[in-house]
Write a protein that binds this ligand. Structure first.
Ligand code: AMP
Length: 272
């Protein structure tokens, strides 16, 4: 289709590209999740983006994928929301034990109860294998609220508003690499959801032991170690206030197009 025909109100569409790769067949038929990624690019960036994604699925630390699903979809920027990048800061921890204790303290500081903080850490630590998405927990009782099993809730349709500004904002904090960029974009969209108090995450990449607690109140708090090296299981927990509209939150996470801004405004506006 001609680009001209796809314009809406004079506005050129963007292309959302989503990739998920698994080993042993498709995810929905029991394949083991290897990697997933999402980018939103202009039409002339599609080929380069697809090449990067193929390379990533072929060389992932979790193993070589034998199944890959690619989804391309037109999106219109006029329908987008903008959210600021969470402020970034670092915690100190040298062992898994210290890291998890730090995560517990950070969750409390963000507004999660002691009981719920412990429940979230234990829920990720007890996973038999990585989920594709995140669990939603009540920030007071620690009860799991979503009924999405090992799929969990998938945050999607997000990217940086301005790649150069984002790169500069990261470089100013001496940060680089795909992991940090992707985690910051995701954490910033997550923290911008109505009713959200905090997020806990550690990676499923066996070589990447770093994790974080993200929150509207305290921003992105990187924790250097939350699991043992070589462990290929990670996960995410989103904590919400009791009474949060879960259907609306799921729609915001899975459907709503959100761009993360990262200029001099790289702070978070407290919501609580
Ligand atoms: P990663 O940081 O990519 O290593 O992912 C760590 C864990 O976070 C995964 O095992 C999933 O459980 C979860 N996760 C990854 N991507 C998403 C996403 N887009 N939305 C929600 N949860 C995710």
């Amino acid at each position: 289709m001609e680009q001209q025909n796809q314009m809406r109100n004079g506005e050129a569409p963007l292309i959302s590209i989503k990739m998920r790769a698994a080993q042993g067949g498709p995810h929905e038929r029991g394949g083991r999740h290897i990697s997933g990624e999402e980018r939103i690019v202009a039409e002339d960036g599609v080929e380069a983006c697809l090449r990067d994604m193929l390379e990533r699925a072929r060389t992932h630390q979790r193993g070589r994928a034998d199944f890959m699903n690619l989804k391309l979809q037109l999106l219109y920027p006029a329908e987008a929301l903008y959210r600021p990048m969470l402020d970034f800061s670092e915690c100190e921890a040298h062992t898994v034990r210290e890291g998890r204790e730090t995560a517990r303290r950070e969750l409390l500081a963000a507004g999660v109860s002691e009981r719920a903080a412990q429940a979230g850490i234990e829920a990720i630590a007890a996973l038999p294998d990585s989920m594709r998405g995140a669990m939603i927990l009540d920030c007071e009782s620690g009860e799991r609220l979503d009924r999405l099993g090992c799929r969990g809730i998938r945050v999607s349709n997000m990217d940086v508003a301005d790649p150069d500004a984002f790169r500069q904002a990261l470089a100013a904090r001496h940060l680089c690499g795909d992991h940090v960029r992707e985690a910051l974009v995701l954490a910033s969209k997550v923290a911008g959801g109505d009713g959200v108090v905090a997020e806990l995450c550690w990676s499923d990449d066996p070589q990447y032991v770093v994790g974080y607690v993200g929150s509207p109140r305290n921003g992105y708090r990187r924790i250097p170690v939350l699991k043992e090296k070589g462990c290929g299981i990670g996960g995410r927990v989103f904590y919400v206030r009791p009474g949060t509209d879960l259907d609306a939150l799921r729609e915001y996470y899975e459907e709503k197009l959100v761009f993360i801004t990262a200029g001099a405004e790289g702070y978070v506006t407290p919501k609580n």
